[in-house]
Design a binder for this molecule. Structure first.
Ligand SMILES: NC(=O)c1ccc[n+]([C@@H]2O[C@H](COP(=O)([O-])OP(=O)(O)OC[C@H]3O[C@@H](n4cnc5c(N)ncnc54)[C@H](OP(=O)(O)O)[C@@H]3O)[C@@H](O)[C@H]2O)c1
Length: 295
């Protein structure tokens, strides 16, 4: 297949591009600067500049764009950046997919769509939740409309927390835990729906190869855990005690608004669509996924 990837230099994009190339797919990189190689297409997600003619003959576009959700405190400007880098970028790509007649768009999204689901299990049929992140996810999903209206297959990739050795949240947490500074966050009852980077990439590839799947797809491992269980599992993996408990007020003081939605809230999301279509995970438990990432 000929596959164009936006957000190809990020945590997921880097691993996906490598896997696609290993599988002998032709990969084109959408780059946010001038193109310097024959496999690069220049675009600008801020202004929406992209030449659809450069997507001629492409079988699928995978869009993994967006500034980090938890990288900085959520000022008004940062929240706008979180929205624009996802919604504006997606609108531009969906328009180009429609104009070029690309048959498939896989568009990143997140289980933040469900809001804070507490103990309730949520799959793809659950409604949108409340809060800033849920609103962003809903608008981000809607931003693909031009592609689906033009007849493209659109899969909305609602990823959970992607566990990888470097990058992402685990990349940052692992060093704290190795230093014996790990602990549960708040009450520790909030659910964390995780997926190993390997399974995230395998699931994206699976979606590319299964034209019958469209709409929202949870990319989460089969067994989400509470923060307390995540803490215990990570402590076991790095072989260091993690006895601390960071109180909610301290998290809010340090992380601001992100603490309430991104750290103290959670989703107990399960991968109904993937499993119903025959996808099998390599990493079924949090322990297996953490060992694979860090062991
Ligand atoms: N990692 C997770 O745990 C997780 C969980 C749920 C959802 N997701 C979503 O999945 C997508 C990929 O995640 P990731 O972990 O690979 O993210 P990442 O490592 O932060 O990479 C995100 C990509 O976004 C692009 N980007 C950066 N600033 C941008 C801007 N201002 N406008 C448009 N694009 C910009 C970059 O693309 P270039 O390649 O052009 O530099 C970068 O490669 C994101 O949308 C993220 O929200 C990730």
């Amino acid at each position: 297949m000929r596959i164009a990837v936006a957000g190809s230099h990020g945590l997921i994009g880097t691993a996906l591009v490598a896997a696609l190339r290993r599988a002998h797919h032709e990969v084109l990189l959408l780059v946010r600067r001038e193109a310097r190689a024959s496999d690069e297409i220049s675009w600008d997600p801020v202004t929406g500049r992209i030449n659809p003619e450069q997507l001629a003959g492409v079988d699928a576009v995978v869009n993994l764009c967006g500034v980090g959700i938890g990288d900085r405190r959520w000022s008004g400007a940062r929240k706008q950046e979180i929205r624009d880098s996802r919604i504006g970028a997606t609108e531009a790509l969906a328009g180009a997919v429609a104009a070029a007649g690309v048959p498939t768009l896989l568009n990143a999204n997140a289980i933040g769509y469900y809001g804070n689901s507490g103990d309730r299990i949520v799959d793809e049929s659950a409604p949108v939740g409340t809060g800033f992140l849920a609103r962003v996810c809903a608008d981000w999903q809607d931003a693909t409309a031009a592609a689906s209206e033009a007849g493209a297959r659109v899969a909305i990739v609602r990823s959970g927390l992607v566990l990888a050795r470097t990058g992402g949240m685990l990349g940052r947490l692992a060093n704290l835990y190795r230093a014996g500074l790990g602990g549960r966050l708040g009450e520790g009852r909030q659910y964390m729906s995780w997926i190993s980077l390997e399974d995230e990439v395998r699931a994206l590839t699976f979606l590319l190869e299964h034209p019958e799947i469209s709409g929202p797809v949870n990319l989460t491992g089969p067994a989400p855990v509470t923060n307390t269980r995540f803490n215990a599992a990570l402590s076991r993996t790095v072989r260091r005690p993690a006895p601390w408990a960071v109180p909610a007020f301290a998290l809010k003081a340090v992380l601001g608004e992100f603490a309430a939605e991104g750290v103290l809230a959670g989703q107990r999301a399960i991968p109904t669509v993937l499993e119903a279509n025959g996808f099998t995970f390599h990493h079924h438990t949090i322990g297996q996924a953490l060992d694979a990432a860090l062991g």
